[in-house]
Design a protein around this ligand. Sequence first.
Ligand code: C2E
Ligand code: MG
Ligand code: MG
Ligand code: MG
Length: 284
Amino acid sequence: EAKARGKAAVVVYEDAIGRSRLDRLVMVDDLRGAVRRREIEVVYQPIVAADSGRIVAAEALARWRHDGTPVSPELFIGIAEESGLITDLGEVVLTTVASDTAALRAVAGASVGMAVNISAVQLRARGFVDGVARAAAAMGGADLTLEITERQGIDLDPVVLDAMREISAMGVRFAIDDFGVGFSSISYLADLPVHIIKVDASLSQAIDTDERASVLLRSVTLIGQSLGLDVVVEGIERESQLAVLREQTEAQYVQGYLLYRPMPLDELLTAVRADRAAAGLPVA
Ligand code: C2E
Ligand code: MG
Ligand code: MG
Ligand code: MG
């Protein structure tokens, strides 16, 4: 009875775009099948150095088609988190990235890292640390970053902290994603093994038109720099934003549609080849 109620609670409200309970129930079921059949796809968005524009890493982003129609990750990741599917979905993404890394290494050696989004619940799941260890081993020491979002607040539970410390000890790095829009205080930065902050796109949106927006971005990137963290700014769509970012902030890395959109693995390999050729580096 309690279990049945718990399950029902997953679908009790309508989401932001007004899907009904039934739609959502069907989606959970179909998503479960898709995860089991490993139909979750992964696309990659390059992360570049702000000064040179060179590709330094690629962020893996999950994609799911429901009856042929792409579903927004915000929606299906949310469904996966509520239904407990996120653990298996995350495992599919992580193993896909690990095997795609072999192709990336053939082109660029270890010079391009991989970043994978994870949900806070995964850090609490038994077996997650081992799964990351297996993926890191399969990646042969390539640089791997796990991105955890600040949106739902950062969990300082000892279980989570231990998992993060163990993973960090393997040489895997952590990034705080969507930095600057969380509900939590930022004091966790002093306690967690965090190496990178990814400044949310909402903070870079108006930096080329609004003086206060650029002051805010400058301040946030300065916090990261002062703590010795790498700073990535997300959501750069215009040359004028990139110019402000380069001239007025401490951010070393950028991500956004202006530079590259998320793309399938084969296009990523082409982009990395072109990037290396432009820099006069050997290309496989
Ligand atoms: P995120 O990790 O912050 O990823 C950045 C999102 O911004 C991606 O959306 C990306 O396509 C989009 N983006 C990149 N550049 C620009 C830009 O210049 N302008 C705008 N407007 N958007 C840009 P996407 O792929 O829809 O993913 C949304 C969110 O879903 C991600 O946000 C992440 O939180 C979550 N997500 C995606 N894949 C996974 C996954 O495998 N596991 C988990 N746990 N979460 C995931
Ligand atoms: Mg991310
Ligand atoms: Mg983000
Ligand atoms: Mg986001």
